[in-house]
Design a protein around this ligand. Structure first.
Ligand SMILES: Nc1ncnc2c1ncn2[C@@H]1O[C@H](COP(=O)(O)OP(=O)(O)O)[C@@H](O)[C@H]1O
Ligand SMILES: CC(=O)N[C@@H](CCC(=O)OP(=O)(O)O)C(=O)O
Length: 304
């Protein structure tokens, strides 16, 4: 008989311990599979705001790093930018989920994302024993940008031109957790506001990451009452067209498919409002959230 089963039946006192052991051991094949691999995590939503969720996220990330996974965090902070802008008398406007960014707004973006939000995350990870390093797109050419396609409406919103993977790899090899703020600059020294989902996508592709995981505030992609377990490109285009996918979910979904096309194998959207959702996603047999797949009914539908 399986020794774990006999423990369950012979001593009820030991049953809870055995159950915990069973949960922990379920992680072993995944730890073996992912050791030395790179995960890019887009950190956003409540998991960046609520104290309990922030701490649980930081513990999860630290644990992933400690078991040998190269974790690269790319953070958002759209709400924080909006609040800082308001205090300075600037009104935020969005076009298809992207912030209209003039000269004043780019200053607010830079000081909020790179100055405050980034450093708060670094401190949080450090508190939990994760050795994190704050990186903005400007450090060591981490994110070189070009003006985005809708520049006449959006202003200084950039697209990623290139990523300095050597620098990010160097940090990972040193056992550090790069925490990247999504601002970039171009050859003329102009600074650009880059949507964090787009930045995460480009970084995941450039690093040839094993996974890109979006941590957001939703259980997954919602259609009516249903949360989709998988979504393919054609469905997503229809849902955007019909307004079923809207606002900040549009850049997330578009960047997810760009990442899939760019060769990253697994892309997940998980709920940051759910404590330890990251660990559950990676280390248990049951996947959660929505997985992005190229086409419906192909073999990519298996979990992780
Ligand atoms: N079909 C949909 N399914 C889930 N969320 C959606 C959908 N359409 C629009 N949304 C909205 O998109 C938001 C996520 O985008 P955003 O706020 O930019 O996330 P984050 O700040 O985590 O990057 C959700 O909070 C939700 O209100
Ligand atoms: C161009 C653009 O819209 N940039 C975003 C950058 C931050 C971000 O993406 O934050 P979330 O992930 O929290 O939405 C912004 O200014 O809000």
């Amino acid at each position: 008989m399986n020794p774990l089963c006999s423990e369950f039946t012979s001593s009820s006192r030991k049953a809870p311990e055995a159950a915990i052991g069973q949960v922990l051991i379920e992680a072993l094949p995944y730890i073996r599979k992912f050791e030395g691999k790179t995960f890019v995590i887009k950190y956003g939503g409540s998991a960046m705001k609520d104290e309990l969720l922030k701490n649980s996220f930081a513990q999860n990330v630290t644990l992933l790093r400690k078991v040998g996974i190269n974790v690269v965090l790319v953070h958002g902070g759209g709400d924080a930018i909006t609040r800082t802008a308001e205090k300075l008398g600037l009104v935020s406007q969005f076009v298809h989920g992207k912030r209209v960014t003039d000269n004043d707004m780019i200053t607010v973006v830079q000081m909020t994302l790179a100055g405050k939000v980034n450093q708060d995350i670094v401190r949080l990870l450090s508190e939990h024993g994760g050795k994190a390093v704050g990186v903005t797109g400007l450090d060591a050419d981490t994110i070189k940008a070009v003006p985005g396609p809708n520049a006449e409406k959006l202003g200084l919103v950039g697209d990623v031109e290139s990523i300095n993977t050597d620098y990010i790899d160097l940090l990972c090899r040193a056992g550090l957790i790069p925490v990247i703020a999504p601002v970039g600059y171009d050859h003329n020294g102009n600074i650009y506001n880059i949507n964090a989902d787009d930045a995460a996508s480009s970084i995941a592709i450039a690093l040839k990451a094993e996974k890109l995981i979006y941590v957001s505030d939703v259980e997954g992609i919602q259609v009516g009452e249903r949360i989709l377990k998988t979504i393919c490109k054609a469905e997503a285009a229809d849902f955007i067209e019909q307004g079923i996918i809207s606002g900040g979910m549009i850049p997330k979904v578009l960047s997810a498919f760009k990442t899939l096309d760019g060769g990253v194998r697994k892309i997940h959207l998980i709920d940051g409002k759910f404590t330890h959702s990251l660990l559950l996603e990676i280390f248990t047999h049951e996947g959660i959230g929505t997985q992005f797949i190229a086409e419906q009914d192909n073999d990519q539908q298996e979990n992780r």
